[in-house]
Ligand binder design. Structure first.
Ligand SMILES: NCc1[nH]cc(CCC(=O)O)c1CC(=O)O
Length: 308
């Protein structure tokens, strides 16, 4: 049948959660069907994704509590959980792309994406310097794409310059350019263990859902600073932004179908309110129709199986 838009497994990026330990799979209660995997088991997940035609995995660490500090020092440890996971994926499956999140929330005591002052206010420039080092450490470990998800100002330019200086010319930057302060991130925060600790909210650095034009300004800045690709997040409630960004800038524009969106579908299907496979595919197709170049989705494996 002819159709204007069609899903393909290469549209998907699969997020994977990593935990410390050996030989474990830890199911995440808030994300039914999604688990955290220990480093020794993450390679098999990447191989399964690659076998289905998924080109990239996005790795997120659940850092042990004692390594979460005010200074987020563990983010810069070249042997931290995320760096070991990057290497394990690359060893097990060299052909899959690895995307890493550049932000301090898995490493801060308080769960914010940046360093904060005594009043709890995020320090933009100190954070940006940390993020630059963090991106370098991840690139050194083998990440193909670094994805700053923190929303500090000026960090894309700083990261690009540092990557060039380090000879990492081929490390790409996917900027979370338009990231909204959303209520849909709850299950993710359980998955990485930052939710219970979070003091206050992230509205001083993530965008106000009431704003649309600001998203275009944020994207323009990140492109000017050297982003190779941009991301809009969350996904489904913000498809108008995906569409506007794609039309205005003609850069690869990715959308993140976030944890709460995944959970909505799972809970609805579990409650008998709809057919799970159909809900997954219709939702993902909407991203393509809006102009997304690709979609980060916890349903990547299911969707690739369904259309493969
Ligand atoms: N750097 C934090 C980060 N990176 C990805 C997500 C959310 C992803 C999801 O909900 O699936 C978040 C959460 C937040 O901003 O608190």
């Amino acid at each position: 049948m002819l159709a204007e838009h069609r899903l393909h497994p290469s549209d998907f990026i699969l997020p994977l959660f990593i935990c410390e330990g050996q030989g474990c799979e830890e199911p995440i209660k808030a994300l039914p069907g999604v688990s955290r995997w220990t480093v020794d088991r993450i390679g098999a997940q990447a191989r399964a994704a690659a076998a289905l035609g998924i080109p990239v995995v996005a790795l997120f660490p659940n850092t042990p509590g004692h390594l979460r500090t005010m200074g987020a020092e563990e983010a810069l440890n070249p042997d931290n959980l995320i760096c070991r996971a990057v290497k394990a994926v690359k060893d097990a499956c060299p052909e899959i792309g690895v995307l890493t999140d550049v932000a301090l929330d898995p490493y801060t005591e308080h769960g914010h994406d940046g360093l904060v002052d005594e009043a709890g206010y995020v320090l933009n420039d100190d954070t940006s310097r940390m993020l630059t080092q963090q991106a370098l450490v991840q690139a050194e470990a083998g990440a193909d794409i670094v994805a700053p998800s923190d929303m500090m100002d000026g960090r894309i330019g700083a990261i690009r310059a540092a990557l060039e200086d380090a000879g990492k010319h081929n490390t790409a930057i996917m900027a979370y350019a338009a990231k909204y302060a959303s209520a849909f991130y709850g299950p993710f925060r359980e998955a990485v263990g930052s939710g219970g600790r979070l003091k206050g909210d992230k509205r001083t650095y993530q965008m106000d859902p009431a704003n649309a034009a600001e998203a275009l300004r944020e994207v323009a800045m990140d492109i000017a600073e050297g982003a190779d690709m941009v991301m809009v997040k969350p996904g489904l409630p913000y498809l108008d932004i995906v569409s506007a960004v794609r039309k205005r800038f003609e850069v690869p524009t990715f959308a993140y179908q976030v944890s709460g969106e995944y959970a909505m579908i799972e809970h609805m299907a579990a409650a008998g309110g709809g057919e799970r496979d159909a809900l997954i595919l219709e939702t993902l197709l909407a991203f393509k129709r809006a102009g997304a170049s690709g979609i980060l989705t916890y349903h990547a494996m299911d969707a690739a199986r369904l259309i493969g």
